[in-house]
Design a protein around this ligand. Structure first.
Ligand SMILES: [Zn+2]
Length: 375
């Protein structure tokens, strides 16, 4: 049994003397079957996942000693050291990089075009052969990238660490929310037990939400290659990934993190990455719905935001979500949802601005198209 490995990956420093690093922790036997990659807090102000990652590290070390790990399991507890240090006048700013304004969880690399060109003619009807071929080209293509900024360097480091994993879990949270997740319709059969185990009250499915988020840069590659070559060659779904939203930003507690850690361990047992008897599967709390069916509930006017609905509430179309109060004119503007569904997340702010999205409701019918994510 190989000891746990701690790898340190230097990031490009924007100015001399300010080096930062990504730390990855690798568990598993000397001859692992498959690979699982789990990272936390890519949005650096979303910390519940970081605590779950810490609990996971303790549990995986025990499981390693007990010889129960079958796959390599990689944990990156601090996926965004750049953002973690951004505090502006006492307010953490972990979603966007201050110098560029870019969302830390967008613009990962889509290399499906050049990789497709490189493997054309080398594919066969053997899915395992193609899996290894594509992974080799993906690793080589990522290794050939030269990042120009620290942000690009951070994205590239994470993408390289996860690119050849069978399963990628990206642990996030929302502002105030119940547990929910994002994945693709193609991956849903494999992800459904995870949704049950973490108690997801919304599971939002999209093949391409348009932002090249971390989870999508992996699944999109296999999807694009399958679209291009699937008629003539066996292209497997070489990786599936999930953005797991562990409730809201304030939900950092040992009791929740231990529960989530156990849910992930149980799911890894289901998946075969850890040896053990699968625990009984809890019921699915809410069926999967299309990401294109999510209603961003918006207020047209600004004012004091007083919610009537809370995360986890099932709302009928037309239900009252909140009131927006103008304390000067005394105008009270009720905000209703137009879709029926679970309100799975709402903002933390209580002073709404005109045009602001105040909550998200998981509607069942797809009605939006194009770019499907928030900023
Ligand atoms: Zn996030």
């Amino acid at each position: 049994m190989r000891a746990q490995r701690h790898q340190i990956h230097p990031l490009l420093a924007p100015v001399p003397g300010t080096e930062r690093f990504i730390h990855s922790f690798h568990y598993g036997p000397a001859q692992p079957q498959g690979k699982v990659y789990i990272q936390a807090s890519l949005h650096a102000d979303e910390l519940p996942g970081m605590l779950v990652a810490w609990h996971l590290k303790q549990r995986l070390a025990e499981l390693q000693t007990a010889g129960r790990l079958r796959s390599e399991i990689v944990i990156v507890p601090v996926a965004n050291p750049t953002g973690l240090e951004q505090v502006l006048m006492d307010v953490p700013v972990g979603r966007f990089e201050l110098s560029s304004g870019q969302n830390f969880n967008r613009q990962f690399l889509d290399l499906s075009g050049p990789i497709g060109d490189a493997i054309e003619g080398l594919l066969t009807d053997d899915a395992t052969h193609n899996l290894h071929l594509i992974r080799r080209h993906l690793r080589d293509a990522l290794a050939a990238q030269v990042p120009a900024t620290q942000l690009q360097s951070q994205r590239l480091t994470l993408q390289k660490l996860a690119c050849d994993a069978d399963m990628v879990l990206d642990l996030h949270c929302d502002f105030e929310a119940v547990a929910h997740l994002y994945t693709t319709p193609e991956a849903w059969p494999q992800v459904e037990p995870l949704a049950r185990r973490i108690g997801a009250q919304a599971s939002l499915l999209a093949t391409d939400s348009g932002g090249l988020s971390f989870d999508e840069c992996f699944t999109l590659l296999w999807w694009a290659l399958s679209q291009r070559f699937g008629h003539a060659a066996a292209i497997p779904q070489g990786s599936f990934s999930v953005t797991v939203e562990l409730r809201g930003q304030e939900d950092v507690s040992h009791s929740l993190a231990e529960q989530d850690c156990q849910a992930l361990i149980d799911y890894l047992i289901d998946f075969g990455a850890i040896e053990g008897q699968p625990a009984p599967l809890p019921a699915l709390m809410y069926p999967a719905t299309p990401l294109a069916g999510v209603e961003p509930v918006t207020t047209a006017v600004g004012g004091l935001l007083v919610f009537s609905a809370k995360p986890g509430d099932y709302l009928k179309a037309g239900a009252l979500v909140a009131e927006v109060i103008d304390p000067i004119s005394d105008r009270v503007t009720p905000i209703h949802c137009t879709c029926s569904g679970v309100l799975y997340a709402r903002v933390t702010r209580r002073m709404a601005t005109a045009g602001m999205v105040i909550a998200h409701v998981a509607g069942e019918q797809a009605y939006r198209s194009g770019y499907l994510l928030s900023a």
